[in-house]
Design a protein around this ligand. Structure first.
Ligand SMILES: Cc1cc2nc3c(=O)[nH]c(=O)nc-3n(C[C@H](O)[C@H](O)[C@H](O)COP(=O)(O)O)c2cc1C
Length: 295
């Protein structure tokens, strides 16, 4: 992944298990090649009242409202992590470049390998799509974060815009070392018993198997235009799902919603990828990446 080397191409996706670091560390113990933290902002946030999650066919819709302890407190938690040089990626969010860089400055002294910029939360106004759907904003934020840290920076993209590739290009031109695609798909689940919105916030983000074809389309479109490392995310739960993302052009995959029902998936996915490569005669993962483009 550019200047980064991971033991394997599976990672825990941001936020699905809340902001505690214990799940991040557990994922690494259970065979994930990397693990992304919950998105951290400059000040603590409570998030929305319940209900914040609802199960739907093929996945779930959540509107947690980015609850997190804030960058200063999270920095203290990171400092306490035992074992150095773990492949932890810290996700940050903010309303503008000043908020992103304040969070980065508070966190940067800790031992972790990269940042993921959450430019794509579909249910928090001011910090999600308002930033991540505008190439100029994405460019400003990415440039400012790159100037504030020496660590690699991945831009996490929203599927909820027709300007996906334009936004990605703006991030890359501003210095992003790679891209993560995708965040959740903007949704509005309805509860017929209540006769209204199923979530307290109304709008939420769809995740899980239901969004995999959308995520694959996004990765495919990005790989058509861009040469940087891409992390595929959206509905990955098995090695077959992971292989689909590599063929579309991803270099690595993240698992989110699938780890709620079963956390211990990373080894199985990794072993499945290796057997598939052996069966098909691929010596290196790179030989697989982007093959769907060579039709
Ligand atoms: C409950 C929940 C919380 C999430 N929190 C975050 C977050 O804090 N930051 C972020 O970038 N993405 C967050 N996501 C999005 C996931 O990281 C991932 O992009 C998305 O769920 C698609 O992957 P999946 O289908 O494997 O879950 C969250 C998703 C869920 C379901």
């Amino acid at each position: 992944m550019g200047s980064l080397r991971f033991a394997n191409p599976t990672a825990l996706a941001s936020g699905v298990h809340g902001s505690s670091l214990s799940k991040v560390l557990q994922a690494l113990k259970m065979g994930a090649g990397a693990a992304v933290t919950k998105s951290i902002g400059v000040v603590p946030r409570e998030g929305y009242p319940d209900p914040t999650m609802v199960e739907v066919e093929g996945g779930m819709v959540n509107a947690a409202g980015l609850p997190n302890p804030g960058a200063a407190m999270f920095s203290e938690q990171l400092a306490e992590v035992e074992g150095k040089s773990l492949p932890i990626v810290v996700s940050v969010f903010g309303a503008d470049e000043a908020e992103f860089t304040s969070a980065v400055r508070a966190l940067d002294g800790n031992d972790f390998v990269a940042y993921e910029l959450n430019l794509s939360c579909p249910h928090v106004s001011g910090v999600g799509i308002e930033v991540g759907h505008l190439p100029e904003e994405v460019s400003r934020v990415t440039k400012a974060v790159k100037a504030a840290t020496g660590k690699p920076v991945f831009a996490k993209l929203s599927p909820n815009t027709e300007r996906l590739v334009e936004v990605a290009q703006a991030a890359v031109d501003a210095g992003a070392d790679g891209l993560t695609a995708i965040n959740t798909v903007r949704s509005f689940p309805i509860d017929i018993v209540k006769g209204g919105p199923a979530l307290s916030h109304g709008f939420g983000g769809l995740s899980g198997a239901a969004i995999r074809p959308i995520a694959l389309r996004c990765v495919y479109e990005l790989r058509e235009q861009l040469g940087v490392p891409i992390v595929g995310c959206g509905g990955v739960g098995t090695w077959e799902d992971a292989v689909q993302f590599f063929l579309a052009g991803a270099n690595m995959v993240q698992l989110g919603t699938s780890t709620i029902k079963r956390f211990d998936r990373f080894n199985d996915v990794n072993l499945g990828i290796i057997s598939y490569m052996k069966r098909k005669g691929f010596a290196k993962l790179e030989d697989l990446v982007g093959r769907a483009h060579a039709r």
